[in-house]
Design a protein around this ligand. Structure first.
Ligand SMILES: Nc1ncnc2c1ncn2[C@@H]1O[C@H](COP(=O)(O)OP(=O)(O)OP(=O)(O)O)[C@@H](O)[C@H]1O
Length: 477
């Protein structure tokens, strides 16, 4: 009779940061695992034979060996060991390389401890049941620099999904406001995929007149309609072997939606006026700024097509939802635009950086990028100050323009001003200004949990300005 041996799974925690090791070790204390913590990958590897791990949680940047090389070293010993890569310096490249080098999961820091523990549990389960998903590396993937800036948690989530799906031939739907980078994400999906040697063809559905769209997508035969003097190859055929990016998919007319669905289901289509089916091998990536479920409810978009497109959805956050990325984007584009224009690179003063971080940016990254081009050309000195900003940014927009809360305080303020003046008093502005500033400062301090640096950003000021104002208003007493 064979004796069943119960083996306690071993978990390795590898990080040069003692606090992370401590937190994770403490959180795993009650679990039925042997937990081994290491401050360096080299020490960890030395104990491989004695304590072979069932799961590894490793930092990516460590002094003696980086996490991805460490993972490769582990996989040389045993390919089935799941490795979870954590990183505080996440960029798209790391996320993608983690997956492509067969990382089990990629965990951006700061992480939720429960999430980390549940990942470890899943990894161990997977290891005990014997399989880790393998991902093929595309030939161009590691060469292509992908300049998608995103340190904010909401962008980390985007990178995470990108890394996960880049190697799979699934349809992806990208959601996000205008200028948030949907096309950039679509390009990244293409560049990182095994189709990267093939074409990336983009078509903005909203930009093409309805009557031309069908022929634009599927092409036409000579004489198919008046004006069709010669045969034309459509975008579907151009994208063969690659990726077709359909921007503003929500604007696609319903009859074309039906045709698109048929192509997706059958893998073939007819040119307009054509009799022979044309086989196509295209990955569709679609994008929209609209609420697709609402379009379906309104009868403007086919539900079955939405299901077909929406296998994976990526939500690209608006810039105001990732304010911490604004200074990074500004620095990136100030450098890029200066190089592109052959001009000296300009630096933004801290006040300008804080001010820009506080704006609503309705045009998102596109608007921010245009500002960087403008400043590179127009700002008079090497350092950019508040007064160098274009007037439309400097001028506080009218309350109704910038206030999206629906509370209009212009009217009550006007009434108050009228009353003040009709009482025969003078100094209207002198009296009103400190009251208004105090209200705004108190609101910002409250919203930031009394964090002065954050409150200053919320106000659109530098920290020194905030300190000066709170002192002058007697708020520090
Ligand atoms: N995260 C980012 N990092 C760097 N550049 C970005 C980022 N996001 C967007 N951009 C830049 O902003 C500009 C607009 O991006 P893109 O065209 O991809 O937006 P979009 O969401 O597709 O816009 P639209 O919906 O209007 O077509 C581009 O110049 C792009 O390179």
């Amino acid at each position: 009779m064979s004796e069943e041996l119960e083996i306690t799974p071993v978990v390795w925690i590898v990080d040069d940061d003692a606090s992370i090791r401590w937190v994770l070790e403490a959180a795993l204390e009650d679990k039925p695992y042997v937990v081994k913590v290491f401050d360096s990958p080299l020490t960890a590897l030395k104990s491989f034979d004695e304590f072979p791990p069932s799961a590894v949680l490793s930092d990516v940047r460590m002094p003696d060996m980086d996490g991805l090389t460490f993972m490769e070293a582990i996989h040389e010993k045993d390919k089935q060991i799941p490795v979870i890569i954590m990183t505080a310096h996440a960029d798209l490249d790391t996320a993608v390389k983690s997956y492509q080098s067969r990382a089990f999961e990629y965990l951006p820091k700061p992480f939720d401890i429960d999430e980390a523990i549940s990942l470890i549990e899943r990894a161990i389960k997977r290891h005990l049941s014997g399989g880790v998903t393998r991902i093929r590396r595309s030939r161009r993937a590691s060469k292509q620099p992908l300049n998608i800036i995103g340190a904010a948690p909401a962008m980390q989530e985007v990178f995470r999904i990108l890394g996960r799906v880049s190697q799979l031939d699934v349809t992806v739907l990208i959601n996000g406001e205008t200028g948030t980078g949907k096309e950039l994400v679509a390009q990244a999906l293409h560049e990182l995929s095994p189709r990267s040697e093939g074409p990336f063809v983009a078509l903005n559905t909203a930009a093409i007149p309805r009557e031309l769209l069908e022929s634009e997508l599927f092409g036409h035969e000579k004489g198919a309609f008046t004006g069709a003097h010669s045969q034309r190859i459509g975008r579907f055929e151009q994208a063969d072997g690659g990726t077709l990016f359909l921007d503003e998919i929500g604007d696609m007319p319903v009859d074309l939606q039906t045709r698109l669905l048929r192509v997706l289901n059958d893998g073939s289509f007819y040119r307009v006026g054509g009799r022979n089916p044309i086989n196509t091998n295209v990955r569709i990536v679609a994008a929209t700024h609209q609420n697709m479920e609402q379009l379906v409810r309104d009868g403007r978009f086919r539900e079955d097509l939405l299901y077909r497109l929406n296998i994976i959805r990526i939500k690209v956050p608006a810039l105001r939802e990732r304010r911490e990325d604004i200074p990074l984007l500004v620095r990136f584009y100030m450098e890029l635009e200066a190089k592109a224009l052959g001009l000296e690179e300009k630096q933004l003063s801290k006040e300008v950086e804080n001010f820009l971080s506080s704006l609503p940016w309705p045009g998102n990254v596109r608007q921010l990028r245009s500002l960087c081009t403008w400043l590179t050309i127009m700002a008079p000195d090497k350092t950019v100050y508040l007064e160098d900003l274009p007037l439309e940014l400097q001028d506080p927009p009218s309350v109704s323009e910038c206030d999206q809360s629906g509370d209009d305080w212009e009217q009550p303020l006007k009434r108050w001003a009228d009353k003040f003046l009709s009482s025969g008093r003078e100094g209207l502005h002198t009296v009103a200004e400190p009251i208004m500033e105090k209200v705004l400062i108190e609101a910002a301090l409250k919203a930031s949990g009394n964090h002065r640096q954050k409150a200053a950003v919320l106000l659109g000021w530098g920290r020194n300005t905030l300190t000066r104002k709170t002192q002058a208003l007697g708020m520090d007493d």
